[in-house]
Design a protein around this ligand. Structure first.
Ligand code: TNX
Length: 504
């Protein structure tokens, strides 16, 4: 009988060199460890978090192997053939997120100072197993892992993705899937752009019409949608378990047409604007002189802060072309103190650097190096999102079926060949929290659209955020990326198979 397609036994295990993002240091050896059906996952720590990480690891490799992979303590030592996770809180060299991975014929040992490091070591381990490990049904082995040692820790603490759920709504299941994909590539900040002219996507209990009315529209006249606070909390918890912080953004004082449609009393003349489903920007504004505006902002930020365990709330601040400049300054300064009064730190698009910023606030660079510099001169930190390099909504080539081109066309190579520390004169590495890749969704209505624009460019951003700049070249990266084609396919990711990459 002919073998079923795809049922052939796995070839040699992936080389250490194919891991994305590239680890800090690696010493591969000849030979392989074989994961056997009776393998155990042993946790050498009493911390509940370490056991939780071990369970997530087991869950990620059970479906394809069909092995039981029981998770347990280390009484009596780890039997041969085990995967051991050890927490070693005193091990300073590993940092908050680093890990050491040692693979011998007898077993695999992951050591980290914190649970996050164990989690990232687990992601590396997944990538060292054949791509079929990502299948959600049982596949034939053998499940080999190349021998050697990896020592790894990130360059930047902020390794982000932004998803615009306002222009087109993308629901809980899609966001959770994105979190899974982010985690595999060691990304740890998910910025959700929750409101814009075309739709408001997070329920605010004190202003219910924001979603019941403002949530009903989308670019191109789609039907919109929104997260209830329960749904949103589910996303936050799912992310947190995978060491991802969710940063909520409500854009203001511009990009607010959907809010004004829902509550015309927020406009200066009290007249409701028409709902908007086109792609224009810069035409709407909150009414800066009205006291009600600040009650609204305070209510929204209070409810968002209560849903947010992380330190940051994003307040937008971009493209406020219909707000007078001096009013913009007064407004943003007041918003910053509202965010602070809710116990959070403000992050805003780079335009917020025009105002007097606190040192605890963060500006997100997207366009103007002068504003980036102005933020750091005030002692604030930066998240780097230079549009021509990291905007995932730019087309790959002029012929890409979806995407925009205002910042240029961004090939997979363009998206990879840049460095955060050389984007703006006067901005040094220590001013930078990290990198974030935004996906604006004017042209991304479906999950397949999101996949196409995000992948494979997101893997390059993950590497820029995690790996030292020194060891990176496009020539080597394109070869390493090619090895991720089968893995992304096994994960069901409809990526753009760019001809720049020698896909396997
Ligand atoms: C600019 S960059 C925007 C968004 C658009 C995006 C499209 C920035 C802070 N604002 O409103 O969706 O371009 O690429």
């Amino acid at each position: 009988m002919a073998a079923e397609p795809g049922s052939a036994a796995q070839g040699p295990p992936p080389a250490f060199a194919t891991v994305i993002p590239q680890p800090l240091a690696q010493a591969p050896e000849r030979g392989a460890f074989v994961l056997e059906p009776d393998a155990k996952i042993v946790v050498r720590s009493t911390a509940a978090e370490a056991t939780r990480v071990a369970q997530l690891l087991a869950r990620s490799i059970r479906p394809a192997t069909g092995y039981r992979l029981p998770v347990g303590g280390s009484r009596g030592g780890a039997p041969d053939g085990s995967i051991t996770l050890a927490l070693s809180p005193g091990d300073r060299a590993l940092g908050e997120e680093g890990y050491r991975l040692v693979v011998t014929r007898e077993g695999v040992t992951l050591t980290a100072a914190r649970a996050a490091g164990l989690f990232y070591g687990g992601q590396t381990l997944r990538q060292l197993l054949p791509a079929a490990i990502e299948a959600d049904v049982r596949r034939p082995g053998p499940w080999r892992i190349a021998l050697g040692t990896i020592h790894d820790r990130p360059r930047f603490a902020w390794r982000g993705v932004m998803l615009d759920v306002a222009r087109h709504f993308h629901g809980v299941r899609e966001v959770e899937r994105l979190i899974d994909l982010m985690a595999l590539y060691k990304l740890n900040r998910l910025h959700l752009h929750l409101s814009d002219d075309q739709g408001w996507r997070i329920s605010i209990r004190s202003w219910p019409r924001l979603t019941t009315v403002g949530g009903r529209s989308a670019v191109g006249g789609g039907r919109g949608g929104y997260f209830t606070q329960r749904h949103y909390s589910r996303i936050v918890a799912y992310a947190r378990a995978r060491f991802v912080d969710v940063i909520p953004e409500i854009d203001m004082p511009g990009h607010v047409n959907s809010a004004l449609v829902a509550y015309p009393k927020l406009t200066c003349d009290g007249i409701a604007p028409a709902p908007r489903t086109d792609m224009e920007v810069g035409y709407s504004s909150l009414c800066i002189g009205k006291e009600l505006t600040y009650r609204f902002v305070n209510d929204v930020i209070r409810e968002l802060a209560a849903l947010t365990p992380g330190p940051y709330v994003h307040v937008g601040g971009d493209e406020a072309h219909s707000t007078r400049p001096e009013e913009y300054l007064a407004f943003m300064e007041r918003v910053e103190s509202i965010v602070r009064s809710q116990g959070k730190r403000m992050i805003g698009w780079e335009e917020v650097a025009r105002t007097k910023l606190r040192r605890t606030s963060v500006a997100q660079h997207w366009h103007d190096p002068v504003l980036a510099r102005r933020a750091v001169e005030q002692g604030a930190k930066l998240v780097m999102s230079p549009a021509p390099k990291v905007y995932l909504d730019m087309k790959y080539t002029p012929d890409s079926p979806i995407g925009l081109t205002w910042a240029g066309v961004t090939s997979v190579r363009d998206a990879y060949t840049w460095d955060p520390a050389t984007q703006a004169p006067g901005v040094r590495e220590r001013d930078i929290l990290g990198v974030e890749a935004p996906l604006w969704t004017e042209t991304a209505a479906t999950r397949a659209d999101v996949d196409y624009l995000m992948f494979p460019r997101l893997l390059g951003q993950a590497e820029i955020a995690w790996s030292p700049a020194g060891g990176r070249t496009w020539q080597r990266y394109r070869w390493r990326l090619a090895n991720h084609g089968p893995r992304l396919r096994a994960l069901g990711v409809a990526f753009y198979a760019s001809p720049e990459v020698p896909w396997r």
